[in-house]
Design a protein. Sequence first.
Length: 370
Amino acid sequence: MSLLNDLTGADSALSPRAACLRLTAIGALVAGTTGAFAYAGGWLSPGDLTQARIVDRFEQVNGPHPGFRRNHAKGLCLAGRFESSGRGAGVSTASLFGTGRVTPITGRIALAGGQPYAADAATTVRSLALRFHLPDGEEWRTGNNDIPVFPVRSPEGFYTQLLAAKPDPATGRPDPEALKAFFAAHPESAKAASLIKARTITSGFADDTFRSLNAFRFIAADGTRTPVRWAFVPEQVATAESPAQRSRADENVLFDDFESAVRRAPVRWHLVVTLGQPGDPTADATRPWPVERQSLDVGTVIVADTQSEADGNCRDVNFDPLVLPAGIVGSDDPLLSARSAAYAQSFTRRAGEPKTPSAVQNTPATGAGL
Ligand code: HEM
């Protein structure tokens, strides 16, 4: 059979004109598919802000750290369960909110920034990412930070801020002029920065509060949609960093303290859901909601175990904020889809790279459930 016949699947029955038409159709299909990939990859619009450009910027600012998350690079895996109080069932049909329901969880605590071997510092933003394992393979993945609001309200703001806040190698601090120009162009970020700066810095992960910052919507059984934001509020009373803690020569002091706390007794947070009212900003994570909004304590997260990042545990998970169970949906916040796209890009790059051990090498209490 000739090459033409191989390509067209034709045999002697096809006329030269029909073979030519079929080849043109195949060519159009190939060009269309290539075009779709080029479009999705951002090659047709190099000026647009794509997930690839966002992740390139993390690499530009932090340097190459193959195998690690491009943000929140230093972390520790955890496991436990969520015990529902039943109080969320009236606002969301998500099965984990059912009365008496216990849902296994895995997750990760981490420090923001793209430096996997940086020493822990009290002021670095801390995070709590959780994965709720619901029946029938359904999941809820959520990443939460310990700040009251997010510093930017748009993906463009995030991209610009990353560079403006890049430490100058000479001083170790961001260039004040670059930061001034960023805040002048993003007044909402200047307001958010003052709220973030004024936050209480607690002694560690276990007594810290972690917030969704982005808004979502809960869907009730009768179809009612309620805008929500949530927070994981510690059961442990928050205290400030002690002088003894500050002077300890341990680069992983925050992670080590968390691991010791879990070994002593499970660490618990309440999942407190704030119900938004019409007019509360759902598409601007730099703005807090009024403090008098009603909130519901929908259950308790109980962390019973920790484990260093390794093959197949939380290291190889993408805590995409749009992986949601039935009963929870995203909002009109533009950060949500940008996060989803950027996390996928970061995940794809790191998944294909060689791995080096995490700086946080802790021994699991039991190793169970991770
Ligand atoms: C446009 C805005 C944002 C961008 C581009 C961005 C980017 C990223 C990237 C690239 C990662 C690493 C993902 C991976 O490799 O798995 C990450 C992790 C994370 N981000 Fe964001 N982020 C954004 C906004 C936010 C917001 C609003 C929050 C709110 C709490 C947040 C919380 C987190 C957390 C908790 C993690 C760590 C999850 C883990 O432990 O794996 N991010 N972010």
